[in-house]
Design a protein around this ligand. Sequence first.
Ligand code: PDD
Length: 284
Amino acid sequence: MTVYFVDGRFTERDGLNISIDDRGYYFGDGVYEVIKVYDGELYTAEEHINRLFQSAAKIKMSIPYAEVQLMEIARELVATNNILIGHVYIQVTRGSAPRLHQFPNPAVSPVVTAYAINNPRPIAGMEKGVAVKSVEDVRWLRCDIKSLNILGNVLAKQEAQEAGCIEALLHRDGIVTEGSASNMFGVKDGTVYTHPVTNLILNGITRQVILGLCSEQGIPLIEKSFTLEEAFEMDEFFLTSTTSEVTPVISIDGRSLGTGVPGSVTKKIQKAFNLQIPSFIAGE
Ligand code: PDD
């Protein structure tokens, strides 16, 4: 039986008590995080929980727990539900109140919901590479906030999936920003390029890990945006996220990139990433 954390207590599914007036339903008024679990251990949890607090602050919401308490809740969910490889999902909404756009006055307590599930690593895509579809980035201008309000991402992902692709490659005014649920990287002449940290992308935790690994491995990486046209000309391409880790991209809109198979720089970065996680899971 899966155990969830809802509004201050651990409970089974039947015991879930979520209000129809939760602002998460009405407005997507909240923030969330997805934290990877390897071998029953949370990976980069502090960074994720820290970003949850940053996202909350950016929408002027306070979280009724300390960072260490949320960490404990996440750990307990992993342990109670016997999660070996999977993830923890945490969301915080502004709370429950009759539907009015402005914040409730007096303020109500934000609602924290969390669960942990088993979820295998997407090995096939990581080994063989995946196809992506370019989709115009029509999202709002605060993509730096990991908000629950991600209809633009949902529609882009759906469009990509309907085209037989795993992910959408978002571009705004001709510039590649990120994926619908991932960050995007191109490799040209041995140098890795990715969109700089601005309001137009989510600064992925995996992205930050990759920046560190490239620096350690002596792989040149420049945080500089590139156009969709330039993306087609990259020697290699890959995407990163908590659940996709480092996944090679081998085609955009049906056009093969480079040699059409995962490239050597991408593989080197994957190898370095695998050293971060338990070796029997990474298969090294
Ligand atoms: N998505 N950009 C967007 C828009 C994302 O939604 C995500 C993560 C990322 C990568 O961030 P990170 O490396 O911290 O996971 C970039 C998560 C996994 C999701 O929505 O399920």
